[in-house]
Design a protein around this ligand. Structure first.
Ligand SMILES: *Cc1c(COP(=O)(O)O)cnc(C)c1O
Length: 361
């Protein structure tokens, strides 16, 4: 059996070494006579796995000590609802910058709890560019400013950290965390679902500056409270132990491969291969995103018509290139090039694109 190159946007490809390790550990782990999913989350064995995953993630992302790292069940969308509950008082103003689909989702999740001010909106421009920092209308009294670091569907990402003064910057890094070095200290909260760059779906990570845990927020159950999770090492209830273990293996793999600097290098190389195939196609392939904010992680592109698009999807699959069909909100093709996708995968896609154009252009 050969594993194909998998361009899925999420859940997404995982490192083969991680899958092999998980396979080997599945029946019996570390001499304990059971698999890691069959033991108590309160056992010393699991607590060691969880603590190692946190230590490795801190090392990978250079997370300073004054940030708590929470491992939570529920996806990034759940965290989007927890943000206003934890960081803002009822009805308080919060600023959101919208640069694509996930920025809109973040607003939808926050709206029941706070007064959402859209500080800038890329939608009138078709989400082809991130609104320039100079154009943002920030409120004086916002509890936080929210951005989406990488828009997974529309294919744009910030190539800089915006300065928002003393108001905490909250960023959804679901689809680009660990893709390059990141100055955590510039953010109040960084959050991400695991299923793009960190492991399998079912666990999310929130990196929260500790002073923000002191905010009173809004009336909420304990289980929705960041501070309670932090105080109990994310074991307020049964955490998703298998996912946590898998996240740990994935983070360790990234460290072993050379860390975020190495992935920044690979991701630049991979995305350059695909963008070159698009830009060098004389208009056969089209990507409409402003070059300065083109995503390295998710590359949407279009062919001249629907027939060719459908043929591209089916022929690429036959060629061992999986999940290239675009998101329905955008159409066309989308190639996701997460950390676990090797450079050879992007090369195979670029080669296929040139060959397909030659046969159909
Ligand atoms: C995938 C994704 C989400 C949603 O994650 P869920 O786990 O489905 O809630 C949110 N934001 C971004 C940027 C994403 O890529």
């Amino acid at each position: 059996m050969t594993r194909a190159y998998n361009f899925s946007a999420g859940p997404a490809t995982l490192p083969e070494a991680v899958l092999r390790q998980a396979q080997a550990d599945m029946l019996e782990w570390n001499g304990i006579g059971a698999s890691i999913v069959e033991i108590s989350h309160r056992s010393a064995d699991f607590i060691a796995v969880a603590a190692q995953a946190e230590a490795d993630l801190r090392k990978l992302l250079w997370i300073p000590d004054d940030y708590a790292v929470l491992f939570l069940s529920g996806g990034a969308t759940t965290l989007q609802a927890l943000l206003p509950l934890n960081l803002a008082t009822a009805g308080q103003t919060v600023d959101y910058v919208v640069s694509g689909h996930w920025g809109k989702t973040a607003i939808k999740q926050a709206r029941p709890y706070v007064k959402v001010q859209v500080a800038a909106d890329g939608e009138p421009g078709g989400f082809h560019d991130i609104p320039a920092r100079e154009s943002w209308q920030l409120s004086d009294d916002a509890a936080y400013v929210h951005i989406t670091a990488n828009e997974t569907i529309h294919g744009l990402e910030y190539r800089y950290t915006p300065d928002v003064g003393t108001v905490p910057l909250v960023a959804d890094f679901s689809s680009s965390i660990a893709s390059e070095p990141l100055d955590v200290s510039r953010y109040g909260v960084i959050y991400a679902g695991a299923q793009k760059n960190l492991g399998p779906v079912g666990i999310s990570v929130a990196i929260v500056r500790r002073d923000l845990l002191e905010r009173s927020g809004q009336p909420r159950a304990d289980i929705f409270d960041f501070r309670s999770h932090a105080a109990r090492d994310s074991m307020l209830n049964t955490p998703p132990t298998w996912n946590w273990y898998m996240l740990g293996l994935t983070v360790k793999w990234m460290l072993d491969e050379g860390g975020v600097e190495e992935f920044a290098r690979r991701n630049a190389a991979k995305s350059a291969l695909v963008y070159q195939a698009i830009d060098g196609s004389g208009g056969f392939y089209r990507n409409d995103i402003a070059h300065a904010v083109r995503s390295r992680m998710n590359i949407p592109f279009f062919l001249p018509d629907e027939d060719l698009t459908a043929r591209f999807v089916s022929e690429s699959k036959q060629a061992g290139l999986l999940a290239l069909k675009g998101h329905k909100a955008v159409g066309g093709i989308r190639a996701s090039l997460y950390n676990a996708l090797p450079v050879a995968g992007a090369q195979a896609l670029a080669d296929f694109m040139r060959d397909f154009q030659q046969r159909n252009g």
